[in-house]
Ligand binder design. Sequence first.
Ligand code: ATP
Ligand code: MG
Length: 265
Amino acid sequence: MNSISPNLVALARSGLVRLTDVTKVYQGGITGALDGVSITVEKGEFTAIMGPSGSGKSTMLNLVAGLDRPTSGTIVVGGTDLSKLGEAGLARFRRDHIGFVFQFFYLLPNLTALENVLIPAQLKGNMATGRGRELLEQLGIPDVADKYPARLSGGQQQRVAIARALINNPTLLLADEPTGALDTHSGEQVMELLGGLHRGGQTILLVTHDAKLATRNAARVISVMDGKIVDDARLESPERAPSEVIRVRSEETPPAGARRAPETK
Ligand SMILES: Nc1ncnc2c1ncn2[C@@H]1O[C@H](COP(=O)(O)OP(=O)(O)OP(=O)(O)O)[C@@H](O)[C@H]1O
Ligand SMILES: [Mg+2]
């Protein structure tokens, strides 16, 4: 029998990541860092989140990663409602499902590149040395395996951090401004690597200030402002050119001759 049940199709399309009316108010905060955000990310999508500083981008990524909890609303990743997990459950969820890449790499200085890559695997009781070396090769830096982070360039360190994020085959790769601390060329290389991972099937949620790199590599751009989603554009959609889809630009890269942020009301 080769007919697929409509229920299965609906399940497959119900989203790998689902945020429903998610609000986050930090202690001491008057307004929400996130204010009633609902989005769905499908398996295999490469989505960029853009918006001005303080608009809630990192907050959103941290909530999806299970690093923090929303004040209200629900977050479901891969069928798991994160609010149902205790602290140990959330730690297991992160270990088994999330790869996280940060702006400043956060490699441990007293471990070699390969040892850094292997940390998440060892937390699961796997040695994974072969896979670690394979990933370094795939990311174009096989020769750095036995070097310490201080001997590596920023671009090499970020690629080591990406290998570390991928070592446990995460359901979801999250990256918070992974090119923010890199020179233009290294930033382009890292973003192209993310594009390649996406073409290989990896689901990626990326925060970036770089409109050019985002539109060149991601297939969807979500614009956030004051904790709210103000635009959600799929770049393959023929009626919208990439240059038109970014409504909210970061302060670091204002469009030439434009005001800092458009009116949204
Ligand atoms: N731990 C925290 N405690 C209190 N307030 C916080 C905390 N983290 C973030 N905020 C506040 O929440 C809002 C959203 O912050 P967030 O870090 O998500 O912004 P962002 O879009 O990632 O900004 P940037 O582009 O500068 O990284 C900001 O007003 C920020 O000051
Ligand atoms: Mg941030």
